[in-house]
Design a protein around this ligand. Structure first.
Ligand SMILES: [Cu+2]
Length: 135
């Protein structure tokens, strides 16, 4: 699925592809969401929201002393023309307070908030397919 946001007064067009969310088990309240983004102009991903989660944070994973850790970051830079992959082990969206189990066949609406260098914000709606655990 390809979604492109293009506001009339902003030159940047951001394309989102391969959006997916990791499936959950019944008691699980958080999970990761992933998407590949490409912008025609320098842009930043500054926020994410979803109706299936109480909140969402942008996280970055890194290895420290052989352990995978993650921390919240304020944004992900989307340099002009560069494909930026949010993926396991790298940048990802953390969905927190997930309100229902997510399984195969479900899809999760995500609203991405983008900010151009002048600070002007726009949103991009993406539908992310759930990938069952273990794949
Ligand atoms: Cu995370």
């Amino acid at each position: 699925m390809v979604v492109t946001a293009c506001a009339l007064d902003v030159e940047a067009a951001v394309t989102a592809t391969d959006a997916w969310v990791r499936g959950t088990v019944p008691a699980q309240r958080s999970t990761g969401a992933f998407v590949t983004l490409q912008s025609t102009e320098d842009t930043r991903l500054v926020g994410v929201a979803s109706p299936i989660a109480k909140s969402a944070e942008i996280h970055e994973s890194d290895m420290a002393n052989g352990t995978m850790r993650m921390k919240a970051v304020d944004f992900v830079a989307l340099p002009a023309g560069k494909r930026i992959e949010l993926k396991p082990g790298g940048y990802h969206v953390m969905l927190l307070g997930v309100v229902k189990p997510l399984g195969a066949g479900d899809s999760v609406p995500l609203t991405l908030t983008l900010e151009d260098p002048s600070g002007k914000r726009s949103t991009l709606d993406v539908e992310a397919a759930v990938r069952p655990l273990g794949r």
